[in-house]
Write a protein that binds this ligand. Structure first.
Ligand SMILES: N[C@@H](CCC(=O)N[C@@H](CS)C(=O)NCC(=O)O)C(=O)O
Length: 235
C-alpha cells in the first residue's frame, strides 16, 4: 500500500497519474497547503522540505521497514522501479527517461512555478520578472516541442518523463503560452489528456478540492515569504 501525501497541484498530479496508470493500491492523504497542513509534524516526518507530494510505501520490495520518499521526481523513479513500469530497464532508454525527468524537475517545473508566482500571485506586477518567466517557459515549451517532433512521447514509450511534464503544461494559458504555436507539444498534450488514467487522476483532484478556488489572501500568507525562521527551522 502506498500512502500518498497530496494536494491538487501539478506536482501532486504527477503521482496520481502514475498510481492510476499502474493500479497500485494507494491511500490519498490530503495535505491542504493553503491552510498550513504542510507544517504538521506527521507530514514533516516524511517530507522535511514541507512540500507535497510525498509517499510512504508500507510494503517495500524485499520487505523491511516502510520507506518514505519526498520530491516528485524521486517518487516517480521509486514507483517506476517498484512496479517495473514506465522506466525502461535497458540502459539507453532508461538514461533518456531519467534525463528528461531531471529536465522537468530542474527546468520546466521551477520556471513555470515562478511564472505562476509573478504572473498570478505576486502583490506587485513586476514586468521584468513576469517577462523573464513567460519567456523562459516559452523557450522550454519550444525544447519539448522539438523533442516531440519525431516521437509520440518524450522518451519513446509513455514514461515517468511524460507524467512529470504534463501537469505543468495543463495551465498553459495562465503561463502566457499559446499551445497552438507548438504543434507537436499540442498533439502529445491531447494524447495524455485523453488517457483514462489521466482522467481518473484529475477526477481525484476534484474530489479532494472541489472548489479549486484561486489562492486566498490567507493562503498567500502561509505559502509565500517562508524563511527558515518563520517556519521554525532556526531559532
Ligand atoms: N521539487 C518539489 C516541489 C514541490 C512543491 O513545490 N510543492 C508545492 C505544491 S506544487 C508545495 O507543497 N507547497 C507548499 C508550500 O509552499 O508551503 C517536487 O517536485 O516535489
Amino acid at each position: 500500500m502506498i500512502d500518498l501525501y497530496y494536494w491538487t497541484t501539478p506536482n501532486g498530479h504527477k503521482v496520481t497519474m502514475f498510481l492510476e496508470e499502474t493500479g497500485l493500491p494507494y491511500r490519498l492523504i490530503p495535505i491542504n497547503i493553503g491552510v498550513g497542513d504542510q507544517f504538521k509534524p506527521e507530514f514533516l516526518a516524511v517530507s522535511p522540505n514541507n512540500r507535497i507530494p510525498a509517499i510512504t510505501d508500507t510494503e517495500p520490495a524485499g520487505g523491511g521497514a516502510p520507506i518514505s520518499v519526498f520530491e516528485s521526481g524521486a517518487i516517480l523513479l521509486y514507483l517506476a522501479e517498484k512496479t517495473g513500469r514506465f522506466l525502461p530497464s535497458e540502459l539507453h532508454g532508461r538514461t533518456d527517461v531519467i534525463q528528461w525527468l531531471f529536465w522537468q524537475m530542474g527546468g520546466l517545473g521551477p520556471m513555470a512555478g515562478q511564472n505562476h508566482h509573478f504572473g498570478l500571485y505576486a502583490p506587485e506586477k513586476i514586468p521584468y520578472a513576469i517577462d523573464r518567466y513567460v519567456k523562459e517557459t516559452n523557450r522550454l515549451y519550444g525544447v519539448l516541442n522539438k523533442r516531440l517532433a519525431d516521437r509520440g512521447y518524450i522518451a519513446g514509450d509513455y514514461s515517468i518523463a511524460d507524467m512529470a511534464s504534463y501537469p505543468w503544461i495543463v495551465p498553459y494559458q495562465r503561463q502566457g503560452q499559446n499551445i497552438d504555436d507548438f504543434a507537436h507539444l499540442k498533439r502529445w498534450f491531447e494524447a495524455i489528456r485523453a488517457r483514462p488514467a489521466t482522467v481518473r487522476a484529475y477526477a481525484r483532484a476534484k474530489e479532494v478540492n472541489p472548489q479549486a478556488a484561486p489562492i486566498s489572501e490567507e493562503a498567500k500568507k502561509i505559502l509565500f515569504g517562508q524563511t527558515a525562521k518563520s517556519i521554525g527551522l532556526i531559532a
